[in-house]
Each structure stands twice: as C-alpha cells, then as structure tokens.
Design a protein around this ligand. Sequence first.
Ligand code: ADP
Ligand code: MG
Length: 684
Amino acid sequence: MTLDLYSLPVTKVSGVKGKKPEELLALGISSVGELLDYYPFRYEDYTLRDLTQVKDGDRITVQGTVAGVPQVQMYGRTKSRMTCKIVVDPLFITAVWFNRHFLKDKLTAGTDIVLTGKWDQKRLHLNVTEVEFPGRGTSQTGTLQPVYSVTGSITQKWFRQTTKQALLQFGDLIPEVLPGKLLRKYNLLPRKQAVALLHLPGSMEQGQRARRRMVYEELFLFQLKMQAYRTLNHERADGVAHPVDLPAVRAFVRALPFTLTASQKNVLAEILHDLQQPFCMNRLLQGDVGAGKTVVAAVALFAVVKAGYQGALMVPTEILAEQHKRSLDRLFEPYGIQTALLTGSLTERTRREVLGSLQMGMVDIVVGTHALIQEDVFFRRLGLVVTDEQHRFGVQQRSILRRKGMNPDVLTMTATPIPRTLAITAFGDMDVSTLRELPKGRKPIQTYAVTHNMLERVLGFIRREVAEGRQAYVICPLIEESEKLDVQNAIDVHAQLQFAFPEYKVGLLHGRMAPAEKDDVMREFSQGRLHVLVSTTVIEVGVDVPNATLMVVYDADRFGLSQLHQLRGRVGRGEHQSYCVLIADPKNEVGKERLKAMTDTNDGFEIARRDLELRGPGDFFGTKQSGVPDFRLADMVTDFEVMEQARDDAAGLVKQPDFWTEADYVPLRHYLQREHIFDSEMLD
Ligand code: ADP
Ligand code: MG
C-alpha cells in the first residue's frame, strides 16, 4: 500500500502552520500532492554571466568587486538613488540602486559582490534588483529559482522553501503513472525526478526536460479520459439501435430540392451507421457556414422517425426554432411526419397540448430552444436529439433524459468550424464528422472593409441590390443609443435607412422585442416582404434567407472574428453573387487584424484558426461550458503535436485488451476511476 499524497494534508510539510494552510487553500492546495503539483510558471536565472556575452536590456547576474565609494542622492526622506563603481572583469561598470541606500556601509572597496539586475549596455550601468555577498548567508547565485503564482502573505521565498521541504520529506513517494512502455518510447523522465526538477532545475535544459515529461503526462491523461469515455460508451451498447429503412431514406434524399454534396453524403453515411448501432451516438457535425448542416440533420431525423422513434431539434433562439420548424415542415409534409414547436414563449395551454402529444407519440419531431429538455417534458420514444449551433449537449442534459428512461443518440452541430487543436480537446470524447465543401455553384462572398465616411456609397450599394430584387441585412452592435459608447444603434439606423429609402420596406429586429414580434419580422423578411433588415446580432447564427445578398456590419471592429464570419454567412446562401461590407474605425488596431482576416479569406477553417490565434483557447467559444480544459503546464496551441501524439497513444491503449488487466496500467485505471469514468452518470 503506497501512501497517497493527495490524501496527506499539506500541514504534514514542516513549516506549514498558522495561517498558511488557509492561504494555501486559496491557491487550491490542501494536500501534499497538490502542493507538489503547483508548478512554477517561470524561473529566475541566477547563473553567473560573462558581461561581454550579454545584450542590452538583459536581466543578468554577475560577480565583481567593489571599486569605489558609493554615491547617494536623497529625494525626500526615503527615496534615494545610489551608484557605485564595480569591476566586473574586464569592465568597469556602475551599479545603480533605487531606495536601497541602507546598503551603503556594506559597499567597501575590495568587497566581493554578486549583482542581479537589468543591463544598460550603452552607459555600462547595471540597475540592481538583488545583491549577494559571497560567503555570507545562503546563496542563490548560480541557480535557477522557480517563480510561483502566489499572493497574500505567501511569499516566493516561503513557497520555494516549502516545496523544497515537501520534496525532501515526500519526494520519494511520488508515484509513477505512465506505463514503462510510454516512458521508453519518448525517453521521458520518471515522474519523481520530473516533479523535483520542475521545482528545482539545475539548468534550463533540465527544466525543459522535466516540463516535456509533465506536459506529455497532462495531455495523455486528459486524452485517456476522453478515449476511455468514448470506448466505454461504444461498448455499453445501451442506446437505441435504429432499424433504419435505407430505401426510404434514399427516396427522401432523392426528393430533396437539390442533390447532396459528396461531403454531405459522407457524413450522412457516418451518422446513419451510428444510428443503427446499439450504442448512443455522440457525434459532432462541423462544417463551414452555409455548408448545409441542416439538411443533414433533417435526413437523420427522417431516418429515426421512419424507424419508429421521435426526434428533437434543439436551437439557441426562438427565431431559429421557427425557421427550422418551417423548413422541416416543407420537407416532411409529403410523408405525414408531425412536427411541433416548443419554446419558452408558448402559452401555457399550447405548451400543455404539445407536451401531451409528445408523450403520446402523436408528434414525431419537436423543434425548440432549451425548453425542450426540461424535467416536465416526456417523450414516448425519443431516438435522436440534434443540437444546432450549440456548443455541447451537456452531461446534465443527458442525465435528465436518462432519468426519464431515455438514452437517445445525440448529434451536435457547430456553427463554424472548430480549429483542430480545439476539436481534439474540447470535443475529444466525440466522434467527428466534417463537411469539407460547400454546395456547388456558390460564388465566394466579396468582402470589403470601409470607414464611416463611405456611408453614402454603402447606401448606394444597398439601393442597387434591392433594386435588383435582392435583400440586405444591416447589423448594429447596440439596440438603442448609449451615452457611454459612440457606436451605431439599431433603432437609429433603422430610422435613417427608412428615411433614405422611402420606396422600400426596412424592418427592425432586436433582442428586446417580444418573441412573437421577432418571428413576424423574420417571417416577413424571409418571405421577401421586407427589403432591408436592420438587426442586432440576434440573427447571428443559423438564419437562412437565400435571397439576401448583402450584409452590412456597422462598427465591425467591435465584433469577434468568428462572429463576423457567422454574420457574413447569412448571405451567399443562394445562386446570386453576395457581398459583405464591414464598416469600421481604422484606428482600432485589434479590429484591424480581424478585418484583414475577413477580407483575406472566406474559408471558415482558416478564420477559426486565426481567431484562435488572436483570442486564445479560453475565449474562443466565449462561454464557460466550452469543455476546454485548463491545463497546468501544457499549451493547447504550442504543444499541439504532443496532444495529437498523446491522443493516438491513449486511443491505442484503451483498445488494447491488456489495458484493463495488466499491472503496469493500474495507476491509469485508478486515475480513470478517480475521474468517474466508470460511473454511469459520467457516461450519460
Ligand atoms: P449551415 O451549415 O450554415 O447550417 P444550412 O443548412 O442553413 O447551412 O444550408 C445553407 C443553404 O444551403 C440552405 O439554403 C440550404 O437549403 C442550402 N443547401 C444545403 N445543401 C445544399 C446542396 N447540397 N445543394 C444546394 N443547396 C444546399
Ligand atoms: Mg445551420
């Protein structure tokens, strides 16, 4: 029985007493294991440097001899500047201290001294931050000192001492988790050694090597969890094996108003295959805006209904729910498939009616917002849940369904492509289908970035498109005038445009309107009765009006890159040439990068990559529940190759029968157990 460092309280480390345990807790540290896992985020280098080898501005440590009398200038009672000549072979330099004149008496000529500070090459000045006198007291000279993220009364010094002490007392008990096979494959340091070196590296190289080992471990464990989840989910086989009527599905596809792209056919084959398997499908469908995800979902829903089950389509807004309901009705009408709408704004009476028919199985497909998967919604035989433009179908939602005795297949559709790095982390537990092409005949959208003083020309552009029978969107960041922000608001712009185009109908749409009002406006626009639609970003995702060919975005520099791409994706959905005009302040530097990306490319995969670069993984989805893990050491972008390697290793391992029996894998199996991979709730 080995000692579990994670159940050993941190107070076992000598020196951790008084208020310290409480303050460590604020850093998330309560056990010895957690203390040892709290890694420095960088190192301070105190190795002695040769002054002829350093660059201006470097932070360096040098050894020398005091060669002059210190000169002190006082500013007020406490502020001071002190200089002193020092010989640092072969140079004669000036050391400069601020507010440290109390050191004056120690600076007698001939004294050996070690100075750390910022080097000013031109003036031969060293702006000193730390001093040591060799032979007096403990020394950090020549070492790398870890720098931790600490606060309050916990100082770097105390934390360094405490981790050192913890390593001394418990370092030998740090268990290995990685199997010998992988350690050898990548020539990785044993865990014990790696942890010790991360806290106290002898050199940068050692620190790097320790980091490499721990980064691999971190990514590998994460991927192991994902892959085990996936494999176990497949093996549990507790889902619906839909008896899909392939000839009927083929006939349905043939009757569509267009031919499916090769990509659409491929992903459909993947989905239909999953539907027929006894496990719960957990699949992500990604593709660029306009790639035609909705029709793929419609075919899958059709297959499920034909197999005798019900389907649900979950969307983020009521406008989208309405739209999807309309287009599904068009497709399903000839087959006698019953659909219903379930959103938060139904009257209590209609809602009860819909719930009743769902429960009795009189409704085949229900389209709605999150109101769909609530405690009081019961299905007779739910077979498939499709979530559109949403990031994840949560564990919570699954378990609500499961408690009601349902274990449907789940298809998650994303609004825009997900960069590869994020796809294998945030969605690593899912099977992924990708639409790689747009329907044929689409003309690339022409995108222009313009400034506010070109507004007249933009209006001319709108007039020209509308005169040709097309429609235009005009997007504003705000609903109404704001005192704080000098940006365009939808209400004013709507009034201006209606004034500018008396002969046309200009509609207004924003999030503060009642749902019924919004639906009316949206319906009028999609039926072509409104020529121009001024809107806030409520129409950002999913809205599909193929006759709209012009997207104008006011204050475009205020929007994120993926958001702009989404907005642009509202046009270019039909056979007409489409345009996107981004009006922006040329002085906004951050905005400039995004606008450049937008005018450079129409490719959503490329946009997603750049967006990730500009925003970083945490912000990419803009939501907390994105499923992007917080890695301790690993960086999802720069360590991506390691991540891919780790994923392949993990996937291979969980498929190996001896993974579940061999002694070498015991720590990994324990880890999976701690992460609740075997609990049924986690699999829900
Ligand atoms: P998204 O992937 O952005 O959700 P949609 O599903 O809304 O895209 O499809 C965009 C438009 O393309 C819709 O008007 C849809 O009817 C049309 N469409 C989908 N598939 C095809 C296809 N294979 N050929 C032609 N048009 C298609
Ligand atoms: Mg869509």
